[in-house]
Design a protein around this ligand. Structure first.
Ligand code: GTP
Ligand code: MG
Length: 248
């Protein structure tokens, strides 16, 4: 079981229009500072925020209760002109948790009216989360023959394939910057990562490493996933044959 909270800026479209046409720079600064604050508030509670299209955030909120969400909403309401809507769901797989959160909002299952919180909270129960940290092996060598924009194009094509592949396994993929991706994974997602790595290697000539972390909270799972990835690098750099996948 995993709990997901989806935060979305409320009525953002109409609000952006109130800024006039010379607004893009303002919106970019707002989105960046909002992300910084949201990541700070949730990571302080052992969660991790995954940035989604800049006006929406996915947060693995295992162990967080309604009261924690209200507290965070209050802080955000004090700091920003815009408001956020929060939809919470929990389920066996990350994709199904996202569906529950979506249904909670669509069917107006109100958890807290004043602070725009909808859905279903699991509460203090101990949940599980598996995170896969995928990274391109030796991207630096590609930089010798490809310009910065060409590298970006390669990375986004990879993102697109990864998102599609793991969605079929009820897992959610996010781009973390550089050549880094994280998948909030179901068991099926974890069990099929080797076949994804093999497919990308033979079709695109890109070699991936994957560190996996399992824990009760998102921050701990992400820490272990990154530690696993670094372990693959250490094995490789010591001259031994590296595994593609390492799990903690
Ligand atoms: N989000 C995130 N980005 C990282 C992390 N480590 C490195 N990066 C980014 O990824 C880029 C590529 O770095 P690396 O992956 O270390 O370079 P590489 O040549 O592929 O080396 P190896 O991955 O060790 O094979 C860096 O410029 C950073 O932008 C990380 O833990 N998280
Ligand atoms: Mg890399």
């Amino acid at each position: 079981m995993i709990q997901l909270s989806i935060l979305k800026i409320s009525e953002y479209g109409p609000w952006t229009l109130t800024l006039g046409s010379d607004r893009e720079h303002e919106l970019q600064m707002l989105q960046a500072s909002l992300y910084k604050e949201v990541q700070k508030l949730f990571s302080d509670k052992n969660c991790l925020v995954f940035l989604n299209r800049s006006d929406e955030f996915f947060v693995v909120t295992n162990g967080l209760e309604l009261e924690d969400h209200i507290q965070i909403q209050k802080t955000l309401e004090q700091s920003f002109d815009i408001r956020l809507t929060v939809s919470i769901g929990y389920a066996e797989s990350p994709f199904e948790a996202n569906l529950k959160a979506y249904e909670g909002k669509k069917n107006e299952i109100i958890l807290n009216k004043e602070h725009n919180i909808f859905g279903f909270v699991n509460g203090k129960n101990e949940l599980q989360v598996s995170i896969m940290h995928l990274d391109v092996n030796d991207l630096s060598s590609k930089r010798k023959t490809n310009s910065p924009y060409e590298i970006s194009s390669i990375i986004f094509e990879l993102y697109s394939k990864m998102s599609k592949f793991f969605l079929e396994k009820k897992s959610l993929t996010f781009f973390m910057g550089g050549d880094n991706f994280m998948v909030i994974a179901s068991n099926d997602g974890k069990n099929s990562v080797q076949s994804f790595i093999d497919m990308i290697k033979s079709n695109d000539g890109i070699s991936l490493n994957c560190g996996i972390g399992n824990a009760h909270t998102a921050r701990e799972a992400v820490k272990l996933a990154t530690k696993s990835l670094d372990t693959i690098r250490e094995i490789r750099d010591s001259g031994k044959e590296k595994p593609d996948i390492y799990e903690l």
